[in-house]
Design a protein around this ligand. Structure first.
Ligand code: FAD
Length: 434
């Protein structure tokens, strides 16, 4: 194919599509290439799509609060109609249990305060008012279901929660990605599906383009790796992986869907929750179900996998998570047949994403999203566009990191925070919480 694109974006998940949108809005001719048949069919489609602002670092919190503004103003951000309709943001708020492991939320609330993000201090009575289906005994630390102490309370009561009202979830993350594709196409972007990238071609010490599995070459002076759990494979193809200080790996995850206790309308009353006492996060799920994801406790170990060859069936991890959920919601009826999702995170060494250039001129990456960047996709797209434009214009981002002005919250972000060559950030939770 003759050169007709300014940038090729590998991946059409929520972040890849957002990079395409933002570059094309800045006048670039972009092509998103994805091996799957439609946008958002990769790990984005499995996302719990929780929108919340509490993160362990101030930069992570600021990014997430900026991301929240985009979801709140989704129609305005897109500026187009989608014949499939727009993804819905259910702003049900988020209750985060205060536990020893999160320092009773002190430093996280300091981050919220520093950015003027609203939060309420809930005592146990306030939790029970919103969630009368709860048992507020403590069960920490989390255990495997075959541990003899599993299910036994280890403390008489929890210590309350922090409730952030500006939080919730997107009902359909794949539809949200389709929305972004439609907006990007309206700005001139192109998308190519069922197209598997097998080679990153270079010449003269710069990126030159990609080669697909069918042998087609597509040229462009910029190629961005937004390949989700396949990010490490694409970085290897480009020959940039070894030089990076922070690496990415695919981590297998199981997400549990269980019917809410009978008679309790979880869809209208259930908030998003983060409960490190039982190592589960949760949110309402279609059909008056409750979705429970893992907060990655030590005892579970980490199942690093080959993203092209992993077990897509539920295992006893599903039961363990379901039973942990049953500690908090004793009336849960755990079905015999496991329902939910098996998918992959693309995890960095410190569970903070990489939004960066690489050592190969023209090759960029928005990777290592560590199970917690769906919410930030619209900002990440804009940040990557500014980074790419500045760097292609001659800026040395490694030496002089590009600064990015948040559109909504008016804060200035240092994109260097997300560098591939940063030191491992000791302030991270080293879990999906970021
Ligand atoms: C179970 C689960 C729950 C999550 N929950 C949340 C949450 O509640 N809140 C939150 O903010 N985040 C959450 N996340 C994280 C969030 O979903 C991801 O950070 C986000 O979806 C990543 O988007 P992406 O576009 O980078 O990647 P993906 O959606 O994975 O897209 C990458 C694309 O690249 C394509 N690709 C890969 N290799 C090639 C190749 N060689 N050639 C062509 N195409 C290729 C793939 O087909 C894929 O479509 C969760 C993730 C998972 C898995």
């Amino acid at each position: 194919m003759a050169e007709q694109f300014d940038a090729i974006i590998i991946g059409a998940g929520i972040i890849g599509a957002s990079v395409g949108l933002e570059l094309s809005r800045r006048g670039w001719r972009t092509l998103n290439v994805d091996r799957l048949p439609a946008a958002g069919y990769g790990s984005t489609s499995a996302s719990c799509a929780i929108i919340r602002s509490h993160y362990s670092t101030l930069d992570g919190t600021a990014l997430a609060f900026e991301g929240y503004q985009y979801w709140k103003n989704w129609a305005a951000h897109l500026g187009v109609e989608d014949e499939r309709g727009l993804a819905r943001f259910e702003e049900v708020g988020c209750a985060i249990m205060k536990t020893e492991s999160n320092g009773y939320m002190k430093s996280i609330c300091a981050n919220l305060d520093a950015l003027d993000i609203a939060w309420e201090d809930w005592d146990n009575a306030a939790i029970m008012e919103r969630l009368p289906i709860y048992d507020l005994r403590s069960f920490a630390p989390a255990k495997r279901m075959d541990d003899p102490g599993f299910g036994e309370a280890t403390g008489p009561s929890m210590s309350g929660a922090v409730f952030t009202p500006q939080a919730g979830y997107i009902t359909d993350p794949q539809l949200a990605t389709h929305n972004v594709q439609v907006a990007a196409e309206a700005a001139g972007a192109a998308f190519l599906f069922n197209a598997d990238v097998r080679e990153i071609r270079q010449s003269g010490g710069k990126v030159r383009g990609i080669t697909l599995a069918n042998g087609d070459d597509i040229d462009a002076p910029v190629v961005a790796n937004v390949a989700g759990p396949h990010s490490a494979i694409i970085n290897e193809m480009a020959g940039v992986a070894d030089a990076m200080n922070i690496k990415t790996r695919a981590l297998r995850q199981e997400v549990v869907h269980i019917p809410a206790p009978e008679g309790f309308d979880y869809m209208s009353r259930g908030p998003v929750t983060s409960d490190s006492d039982i190592a589960c996060y949760s949110r309402p799920e279609t059909g008056n179900h409750i979705l429970f994801g893992s907060e990655d406790p030590e005892c579970d170990g980490r199942e690093w996998v080959d993203p092209d060859d992993y077990n897509t069936e539920f295992t006893d991890q599903w039961q363990t998570q379901a039973l942990r959920a049953g500690q908090r919601v004793p009336d849960l009826k755990i079905p015999n047949q496991a329902k939910g999702v098996v998918s992959l995170y693309d995890v960095t060494d410190d569970w903070i994403p990489i939004y960066d250039q690489s050592d190969l001129p023209g090759f960029y990456m928005a990777v290592g999203t560590s199970g917690n960047q769906f919410k930030n996709a619209p900002v990440a797209g804009a940040m990557m566009a500014e980074l790419i434009i500045a760097t292609q214009g001659g800026r040395d981002h490694d030496a002089d990191p590009v600064q990015f002005d948040y559109l909504h919250t008016k804060r200035r972000a240092n994109i260097g925070f997300f560098s591939r060559n940063r030191k491992i950030n000791p302030n991270s939770s080293f879990t999906v919480l970021g």
